[in-house]
Design a protein around this ligand. Structure first.
Ligand SMILES: [Zn+2]
Length: 196
């Protein structure tokens, strides 16, 4: 076994790297939320070929679903897309699919076959059937068009964006200070610690 197969260095931390998290959090904080009724949950599950007793990941079919994922991304290109958190834009997903999909178009991502997308893990026939179910879902509830026109809120959004950008500038300044101090501490580490 090679070194790089058994050892995995933890990622380096970064403060400024959190800026996209903040951007996403800001836009996710302004979108509407609507709790579904039990009838709506049952209806949506049936459309996806599932039932309340039998739920699986809508993207790869895995039994270990962990959350309901936005089918159409709420944040894309650092902007709020106008999509919402209601059951007609949510499908059960496993954590592997959830983190792999990100804000990609669901169908392109499912067929992509790179990274951890369903095409890389699920056989073609199963994949096609999962895609057909999702297509039926999108067309039944008009999910792709359940998107708010944000023009009336443009001024409010611009104000919010400025506030968000000022936070991100602070993060960059903090990152610079971190980098300077990290170099000093790294030097001290190299000086004090010998390799056994
Ligand atoms: Zn999955």
């Amino acid at each position: 076994m090679k070194n790089n197969e058994i050892f995995k260095m933890p990622n380096r931390y970064s403060v400024s790297g959190r800026s996209s998290t903040i951007t996403a959090a800001v836009w996710k904080s302004i979108m509407p939320f609507k709790e579904p009724t039990i009838e709506q949950i049952e209806d949506c599950l049936a459309t996806l070929g599932m039932s309340t007793e039998n739920v699986h990941c809508a993207y790869c079919g895995a039994k270990n679903w962990s959350s309901w994922d936005h089918l159409f991304a709420v944040v894309k290109g650092k902007e709020y897309t106008g999509y919402v958190t209601d059951i007609f834009n949510l499908v059960p997903a496993c954590s592997k699919c959830n983190s792999s999909k990100g804000n990609s178009n669901w169908k392109e991502w499912m067929k992509r076959g790179t990274g951890s997308s369903p095409a890389s893990r699920v056989e073609k026939k199963r994949l096609d059937s999962l895609i057909r179910r999702l297509d039926a879902f999108v067309s039944k509830y008009d999910s792709e068009n359940r998107r708010l026109d944000m023009k009336p809120f443009e001024r409010d959004k611009e104000k919010l964006k400025k506030e968000k950008d000022s936070i991100n500038k602070h993060l960059e300044a903090i990152q610079n200070s971190c980098d300077v101090l990290q170099r000093k501490i790294q030097d001290e580490y190299e000086r004090q610690f010998t390799t056994p």
